[in-house]
Ligand binder design. Structure first.
Ligand code: AMP
Length: 279
């Protein structure tokens, strides 16, 4: 596996790949890799001749300095995992390599980045869009893989690709879960063993929503979610929203086309966890 820290050698390598007519798949990550990330890489390997990955903890998408500071770093073991999976290239740039100048771009995603995550993490999606676009320019992939775990992020990346007419196919990948239902996340490693035991309540609550939407008004369901989450030790609900999967606009009753998704953000102690379920 090729490991690059700088843009120039990355371009030299990838230009030779493209010139030989091979397709490039790309999985952007912030490292601390788990099976969820690996499922994206496996999918890329199926679809493309060459699979590339980036590991970069993007400072401009963190609205909370403590979250950035405590973000797990496991580069050595990440590289081993990528190698054993047969990833062809990993790009691990420094912050200076990606942002030689301060970034000032401001994207207009309409209300897509104002709701849910956007409402509580100001500037988060602008930072995500900037770094993903930068990586698309560097890697120039044919296909890029994003997890539905970060559903709103996926919709915003799709919107950016459409708005800027970028020549890349965005491939959504399903959420991978632990055996008790907890969505895999790099942040799970920050949970204490007590918190880890409570954490599956998030997915159980989402499964309950899926049943309740058939018979109960959405307002009532959201109240129940708040009570159910907040009564758990160390858990606090940040939001629960039931929205249209494409527009992310709130929905007040189950529509026939089944375009609804329930998205949740929960603090478990100091760790912020997100999850979602299609209804
Ligand atoms: P991150 O390293 O958290 O920025 O995630 C990198 C990519 O992996 C994003 O596209 C995430 O949506 C995806 N991802 C993270 N967790 C999971 C999961 N449990 N299942 C599927 N994809 C995931």
């Amino acid at each position: 596996m090729k490991i690059f820290n700088k843009i120039r050698p990355t371009r030299v390598y990838l230009e030779s790949v493209s010139e030989s007519g091979k397709t490039i798949g790309f999985v952007p990550t912030m490292g601390a890799l788990h099976e969820g990330h690996l499922s994206l890489l496996k999918r890329s390997k199926q679809d493309n001749d060459i699979t590339t990955c980036s590991i970069f903890v993007n400072p401009i998408q963190f609205n909370n300095p403590e979250d950035l500071e405590k973000y797990p770093h496991t580069l050595k073991s990440d590289i081993k995992v990528l190698e054993s999976l047969g990833c062809d290239m990993v790009f691990v740039p420094s912050v200076e390599e990606i942002y030689p100048e301060p970034e000032t771009t401001v994207y207009d995603f309409g209300h897509l980045d104002k709701v849910m995550e956007g409402k509580y993490r100001h500037g988060h999606f602008n930072g995500v869009a900037i770094v993903v676009r930068r990586f698309f320019e560097i890697i120039r992939p044919n296909r890029a893989y994003f997890g539905e775990k970060d559903f709103q992020q996926l919709i915003i990346i799709q919107k950016m690709v459409e708005m800027l007419n970028l020549d890349v196919e965005v491939i959504p990948c399903p959420i991978l879960r632990e055996s008790d239902g907890l969505a895999m996340s790099s942040r799970n490693t920050r949970l204490t063993s007590r918190q880890r035991k409570v954490a599956p309540v998030i997915h159980k609550t989402l499964l309950n929503i899926k049943t309740k939407v058939r018979t109960k008004p959405f307002d009532e369901i959201k109240k129940w979610v708040k009570q159910n989450i907040n009564k758990q030790p160390e858990m606090k609900l940040e939001y629960i929203e039931i929205v249209d999967k494409q527009t992310l606009l709130p929905i007040s009753s189950l529509d026939e086309n089944k375009r609804c998704i329930a998205c949740i953000a929960v603090y478990l102690g100091e760790v912020r966890l997100i999850d979602n379920i299609k209804l």
